[in-house]
Design a protein around this ligand. Structure first.
Ligand SMILES: C[S@@+](CC[C@H](N)C(=O)[O-])C[C@H]1O[C@@H](n2cnc3c(N)ncnc32)[C@H](O)[C@@H]1O
Length: 241
């Protein structure tokens, strides 16, 4: 399963980065304000941060520029190649690992102040395994901040805004060679609770207008019309007690 996802990213990384032109910034995805507005992470100076599903590392680089010690993990060689070049260009030192984030075996237990992830969890089938690993690597009082597609967003077609599928259609889906997972809202919340992390905040950003630093607004499935009516992203902040 992750083989198909990896293959898609290996083949589409260049085009994705070229089209989206993601700025160096701590973003939360299509239709969402950035960290400058949401202020979920606090002061990053000296903090140990693990970014899972880091892609081109635009977030990780912005965190490193604020004085954080960042590790990035991604499944795709091409995405990591891009991330390494970009971090060199920005003169920051980030340690990168290639791997499936269902396991964080390369990261020591109780070692991270923050685990962060933006729009990568839609590619993870076993969120349960992943979030238990997040719990393991976080220090006591450490935070997990995630953003992912709003579970409702993909039930509606992009242009005609017609219902495409049942909200309850959970699990793997395929659109030609693109493969990812649908998770319902309660699934995501309950998996966080089961992993013993305490939820502190849930945000459904208002996507009716373009937020500063959102490179996806109007691109691909993120049409202005659809984002006006339906929420595109959810953001959750949780803490290891
Ligand atoms: C939409 S991109 C988001 C990248 C980055 N977080 C950002 O916000 O720009 C999704 C990323 O998740 C990575 N990915 C997908 N499945 C993964 C997995 N099981 N383990 C690690 N990374 C994965 C992809 O290679 C891709 O770089």
């Amino acid at each position: 399963m992750e083989k198909e996802i990896k293959k898609w990213w290996e083949g589409n990384s260049k085009g994705y980065q070229k089209e989206s032109k993601i700025p160096i910034d701590i973003h939360y995805g299509p239709g969402a304000p950035n960290e400058r507005v949401l202020k979920l992470l606090g002061n990053l100076k000296g903090k140990k941060i693990l970014e899972i599903g880091c892609g081109g590392a635009q977030c990780g680089i912005a965190m490193a520029k604020k004085g954080a010690k960042v590790i990035g993990i991604d499944i795709s060689e091409e995405q990591l190649k891009f991330a390494k070049k970009l971090s060199e260009k920005n003169k920051v030192n980030i340690k990168f690992y290639q791997g499936n984030i269902e396991s964080l075996k390369m990261i020591k237990s109780n070692s991270q102040d923050i685990v962060f992830t933006a729009w990568a969890l839609l590619y993870v089938g076993n969120l349960d395994k992943c979030f238990k690993e997040v719990f393991r690597v976080l220090k006591k009082r450490g935070i997990f901040v995630l953003s992912m597609p709003h579970p409702f967003y993909d039930t509606i077609s992009e242009r005609a805004l017609k219902v495409k599928r049942s909200y309850f259609d959970n699990g793997k889906f395929r659109d030609r060679d693109f493969v990812a997972y649908h998770h319902t809202f309660s699934d995501i919340i309950n998996i966080i609770i089961n992993s013993k992390l305490n939820i502190e905040k849930v945000i459904e950003p208002d996507s009716r207008k373009k937020h500063k630093g959102d490179p996806w607004y109007g691109l691909w499935g993120f049409t202005k019309k659809k984002m006006y009516y339906f929420p595109s992203t959810i953001i959750i902040k949780a803490r290891k007690k």
